[in-house]
Write a protein that binds this ligand. Structure first.
Ligand code: SAM
Length: 212
């Protein structure tokens, strides 16, 4: 997802340190303090404009959610939309998901969501895929024992790659959907922005979930 630089992004982010964190290292081991209630924390790496994480926070008040996004202008859109809801169980982070273990303690996170992650189709970019083994290692570190990873995509190549990468890593699959929107899971499913866009075009949505 690329969006044009937005002049309002920087001042908006600066004005809302209570909701958007730009120096996440300071919260390592202390993330519960950012929320009104102490309850399990789930994160989305690459939240984009935040549609999924905001809807999840609204739907599941008994869970704390953190949306992480690397692009400032994209994260600012998520912040603008999240401000309209004022959710006590939502925090947003402007940072690189590759560094998760620098700003979350071991076992601090209950679940990781990866939604429509950039496919990086070229072989020489394989290490950038968010289901590459170095990323899996980081997720495992920050997750509680048997912590859950959920991954959705429309990209068959990335999905197949991820199945193999996770399997080789020793991940335990709980569910694999080759056509999520025509499965029993569809009723509970919370759509992301990309998911909405792709499924409207008739594209199939893949999903896997399981634990380390
Ligand atoms: N999850 C959203 C959805 O499903 O609508 C957005 C999908 S978009 C294709 C992928 C997003 O992941 C982009 O906004 C991109 O900037 C972000 N991203 C890619 N690599 C990242 C990383 N290492 N850390 C944090 N965000 C990342």
């Amino acid at each position: 997802m690329r969006v044009r630089n937005k002049a309002w992004a920087e001042p908006l982010i600066e004005a809302h340190p209570e909701l958007m964190i730009t120096d996440p290292l300071q919260n390592k081991g202390d993330w519960q303090k950012r929320f009104k209630k102490k309850q399990p924390i789930r994160i989305e790496v690459g939240m984009g404009k935040g549609q999924f994480i905001i809807q999840m926070a609204l739907k599941y008040p008994q869970i704390n959610f953190i949306g992480i996004e690397i692009q400032r202008s994209v994260a600012a859109i998520a912040l603008r939309d999240a401000l309209e809801e004022s959710l006590p169980n939502l925090q947003l982070v402007l940072a690189d998901g590759a560094d998760l273990n620098e700003y979350f303690d071991n076992g601090e996170i209950d679940r990781v969501y990866l939604n429509f992650s950039d496919p990086w189709p070229k072989k020489r970019h394989v290490k950038r895929r968010l289901t590459y083994k170095s990323f899996l290692h980081v997720y495992q570190e920050i997750l509680v024992d048997h912590g859950v990873l959920e991954f959705k995509t429309d990209n068959q190549g990335l999905f197949e790659y991820s199945l193999v990468s996770l399997n080789n890593y020793g991940f335990v699959f709980d569910a694999v959907f080759l056509d999520l929107h025509h499965s029993e899971e569809a009723v509970e499913n919370v759509e992301t922005e990309y998911e909405h866009k792709f499924s409207a075009k008739g594209q199939r949505i893949y999903k896997l979930s399981g634990h380390f």
